[in-house]
Write a protein that binds this ligand. Structure first.
Ligand code: COI
Length: 356
């Protein structure tokens, strides 16, 4: 193995039954440290477990933190990653925005492959289950002055997961948030940083209290244009065209979003990647032209949206059923991810057993 390996005394029991999301973690994780003088160093695969940080590490005060999310899929004993280079590039762009150090694409993928290969017995192969990979970086300099840190820690943990939502692959109810905002031009909407999610919790909590699963965010300036859902990009099938917000600073550039857009051609569905208002969307529901709605994300995969709540009204989409296109896209995407279908796009990357 390329990295220092610190072995556990005793391996854990593998979970049985419902995996949920983020409940279980594997035996090992990756860790490395960055300093200006030494660059990335002290690279190791070590037992998964608590890390010791000083109470004054900067991330705890000023939230200089970024993360990624991707999955390893197992089928017939083979293990695959899905477009990990896109996660590597997005991580680089997040880190640049947050004044954090770069990890090269090759190294990012190599770390993940080494760790996933070591933990391949943890990858579930039941329907819809996978190994969620969480790379993350945080400012670990001890200092409570507000400035760019000079020390960082990078970790990768692995979690065997099932469905993200309690609804499974059934439609979810989404509340259109018109008070709080997630992102504004010039901010960090396109960045995968913990701070974005922290600021979104109040709206999610409010939505949950009203019986919704997540919120649909509107733009930060006019609260008029549709952007994205808490943990996924949002897509709407109106007549024969998918409408989705463009990636122009406030929306997260999702890997699943990009893949679904590329798959639309296979189903002769057109794409409008442009700004559209919530009023337009409601009109389309009322005119019966909004046929299907769904969210796309690594954790959420492709999740049908069955209801939108907005300003005290509830709007049901496609009789609260999973639409045909949603189902076809889900089958096609997961078929490629799990190695069941031909991958003419070259998206799948096998993690070979002899990787080390
Ligand atoms: C993902 O889909 O991987 C995410 O990071 C969304 C969420 C779990 C925060």
């Amino acid at each position: 193995m390329k990295y220092k390996f610190i072995e556990r005394d005793k391996l854990k029991e593998k979970p049985q039954g419902e995996l949920g999301f983020g409940k279980y973690y594997t035996d090992y994780m990756f860790e490395m440290t960055y300093t200006e003088d030494e660059g990335w160093h002290d690279k190791k695969i070590r037992p998964y477990g608590p890390i010791e940080v000083d109470p004054s590490v900067m991330v705890l005060h000023y939230a200089q933190e970024t993360f990624e999310g991707l999955k390893a899929y197992k089928n017939d004993g083979k293990v695959y990653l899905f477009r990990p280079e896109m996660n590597a590039k997005r991580f680089q762009s997040s880190n640049e925005r947050m004044c954090m150090p770069k990890i090269d694409t090759e190294e990012f993928i190599n770390i993940i492959e080494e760790l996933v290969n070591l933990e391949r017995d943890w990858i579930p192969d039941s329907e819809g289950a996978s190994l969620y990979i969480r790379p993350f970086m945080f400012a670990s300099e001890k200092n409570i002055g507000v400035k760019v840190a000079n020390k960082y820690t990078f970790l990768v943990s692995l979690s065997p997961v099932g469905q993200y939502y309690k609804e499974g692959i059934n439609p979810v109810k989404i509340y259109v948030e018109d008070k709080y905002i997630r992102a504004a031009q010039g901010g960090t909407g396109f960045v995968k940083c913990g701070g974005n999610y922290a600021a979104s919790l109040i709206a999610q909590q409010r939505a949950e209290e009203m019986g919704y699963t997540q919120v649909l965010w509107l733009d930060g300036k006019e609260r008029k244009y549709v952007e994205e859902v808490g943990s996924m990009n949002a897509m709407f099938l109106i007549d024969d065209t998918i409408y989705t917000a463009p990636i122009d600073g406030t929306v997260l550039p999702g890997v699943t979003r990009d893949s679904v857009i590329k798959l639309l051609d296979e189903f002769d569905v057109k794409l409008k990647e442009e700004h559209f208002t919530i009023d337009f969307l409601i009109d389309m529901i009322e005119e019966g032209r909004l046929k299907e709605a769904f969210g796309t994300g690594t954790a959420a995969v492709i999740s049908p949206i069955g209801e939108l709540g907005y300003k005290g009204n509830s709007y049901i989409i496609n009789e609260f059923k999973t639409g045909d296109l949603t189902k076809k896209l889900y089958d096609r995407l997961t078929g490629i991810q799990y190695g069941r279908l031909e991958d003419k796009y070259g998206w799948r990357r096998e993690v070979k057993n002899d990787h080390c």
